[in-house]
Design a protein around this ligand. Structure first.
Ligand code: ADP
Ligand code: MG
Length: 397
């Protein structure tokens, strides 16, 4: 495993100290209720470790995009209730994140107590990383822990600014995210297979560029595959194709052949005349897409080929669905790849908001080595970029 270069909560003496912990409780909400508490559960190990070590745990998170004003539906009190249920101890929901109300709540904490401050994005200073707001947050704690991998790619007050004011270390989730993904990139067990899909090549240029030379196999699906197929001279009909990405695709194809990465594109596709759950769909070979039809999923022959490669893999990184998995006629490709990834003996990592949603829907998530909690952050990490929320933490040496 790649050495994690940052200090963690294991390097801190927390007894009797006020520990500000940035967590990612940006959970999906439906009709005011939490529809998926994966992110809450993911933060439990760090919170439990800190309180058991006698720390006074003060949690900070954002929820949604309130854009600097109070939005009643984005208050964190329901999250505090769910966290309390998961932790098995009370969690004090503080109705402010800075100022006298927050200060009084923090002053009332005993060793081992847990409080959750109100949504930090109710203040514009959070996203602008305003020094005054950073000071107001930092005044509430003695130590800082960042366990919010999902927002580590943002230089905000509660992720980056505050880490420059207080002794700052990584939480256990943050450490795990970086260790597993870092090891997969730096020293993968081979064969190393990257599966990349989703909609736009332009969203994933960085990931494609960073993975193409490292991976032994690069399997491309989703709408993104259409842009590759078009660049190779196939007719793509009415499919979604990103014309402006043709040049990039050419470079990636060239880099794959230079580096000896086996780049595989779909050999068959599921097509339909329009995007709809009731649209008549059929499977055609990659050369059989009529002018008035669009490719909305990879076909069964492609799934079989991809599955064959995945079966022999040592490491798999998957980012981006293979088709419009949200609609039943176009979900089989993504489900087939999910099954193959889950069934392989490889170290498996899945990142990307929609990919993770597809995986959760398939019920296979617990058969994956690591499902990244950070959509945009995992993408930037896979691009090989340094994330500001991590860079600001104390180095190990
Ligand atoms: P992730 O969030 O996992 O990084 P993306 O956001 O890049 O993934 O892409 C997911 C979206 O791509 C999904 O909404 C899916 O419907 C869409 N998509 C996948 N394949 C196709 C296709 N062939 N045509 C149109 N859209 C597609
Ligand atoms: Mg997405």
């Amino acid at each position: 495993m790649a050495a994690f270069g940052k200090q963690t909560i294991r390097d801190l003496e927390v007894r009797g100290r006020r520990v500000l912990v940035r967590v990612d409780f940006n959970v999906p909400l439906g009709a005011g209720a939490i529809t998926d508490d994966t992110r809450i559960r993911a933060a439990v190990p760090t919170i439990r470790a800190l309180r058991e070590a006698g720390g006074r745990v003060i949690l900070i998170s954002h929820l949604g995009r309130p854009d600097g004003v109070v939005v009643e539906s984005l208050r964190l009190a329901p999250v505090a209730a769910r966290l309390a249920a998961r932790l098995g101890v009370p969690v004090h929901a503080v109705p402010e994140c800075v100022g006298p109300v927050a200060q009084a709540a923090v002053d009332a904490l005993h060793d081992g107590d847990v409080a959750l401050l109100e949504n930090v994005r109710f203040h514009a200073g959070e996203e602008s990383n305003d020094p005054g707001f950073v000071s107001a947050l930092a005044a509430l704690g003695d130590l800082y822990v960042n366990d919010a991998f999902g927002t580590a790619h943002r230089a905000h007050a509660s992720t980056e600014g505050i880490a420059r004011r207080l002794p700052a270390v990584a939480g256990l989730l943050m450490e795990r995210e970086i260790e597993i993904m870092g090891a997969a990139l730096a020293s993968p067990r081979r064969p190393f297979v990257a599966v990349v899909g989703g909609k736009k090549v332009s969203d994933k240029i960085g990931v494609l560029r960073n993975l193409v030379g490292r991976a032994d196999h690069l399997l491309v699906g989703g709408a993104m595959a259409n842009t590759f197929l078009k660049a190779q001279g196939h007719a793509t009909g009415a499919s979604y194709v990103e014309a402006t990405a043709a040049g990039v695709v050419g470079e990636i194809l060239a880099e794959a052949s230079r580096a000896g990465t086996h780049l595989e594109l779909p050999v068959d596709l599921v097509i339909a005349p329009r995007l709809g759950a009731d649209a008549p769909s059929r499977v055609v070979s990659v050369d059989g897409v009529p002018d008035d039809q669009m490719a909305l999923d990879i076909g069964p022959e492609t799934v079989a080929r991809f599955a064959e490669v995945l079966r022999g893999a040592g490491t798999i990184i998957w980012n981006g669905p293979m088709g419009v998995f949200e609609m039943a006629p176009f979900a089989a490709g993504t489900m087939g790849v999910a099954l193959a990834v889950a069934g392989s003996g490889a170290t498996t990592i899945v990142g990307g908001g929609d990919s993770v949603a597809a995986l959760e829907a398939s019920g296979l998530a617990d058969r994956i080595t690591h499902v990244s909690t950070g959509g945009g952050a995992s993408l930037e990490f896979l691009e090989g970029r340094e994330l500001p929320g991590i860079a600001a933490l104390r180095d190990r040496h």
